[in-house]
Design a binder for this molecule. Sequence first.
Ligand code: SF4
Length: 237
Amino acid sequence: MRYKQIETLAKQFENAGPCDTLAWASETFGERLAIVTSFQITGIAALHMMQRIAPRTPVLTLDTGLLFPETQDLINDMEARFQLDLRRIKPRQTPRQQARDYGDRLWERNPDRCCHIRKTLPLRDALVGFEAWVTGLRRDQSLGRANTPVISRDSRSGLVKIAPFANWSEDRVWAYIHEHNLPYNKLHRTGYPSIGCWPCTNASAENADGRSGRWATRSKTECGIHLPLPAREAAHV
Ligand code: SF4
């Protein structure tokens, strides 16, 4: 899909509801569409909506080997409940192998490298063969996500990137979760608004930025999968 087309689609879907966006994505890309989720509330809502649209759409989740047990429980529950075509994407190295090659607790010394090994590279490899992927990004999650388009071109993978909930608020997603009696990560009840790997996720103060508990003692705000590639690298995608 060409840039011009994607720009036009981004305008067309700017105010669309997530169900309509997901239906369009499924109709357009069929089995070349993947849902990428870490099973946070927006991902749960997307998977529920997809049950009525295309329930066998591949679901990719990054199993870094460092997820909370509560997250693993939720993933298992959702997989069984919705009979998902779930693909757990693992890094090439286990945490133990990573510690052997890069030293213990790499996430404390070089979290960017750790995220690259455990998230960015595995997702890049897993997306090969797809044309488009769905993400749970929302504009209200952080300043860095405030301009997220509903449809864009992902400079990392070269694929079409679809953020059907970009224009929804956290409250609206929670209302959807409760309305449909959907499961969610138990850690949300104990002060964790956003949940990633256990070494880099803390509880947040009430009313703090929704992602403030991620890499809380650092300036880092993103693992990298949603950051644009430097222009020089993007030219080769
Ligand atoms: S979130 Fe932390 S532990 Fe997980 S991959 Fe990134 S740096 Fe490593």
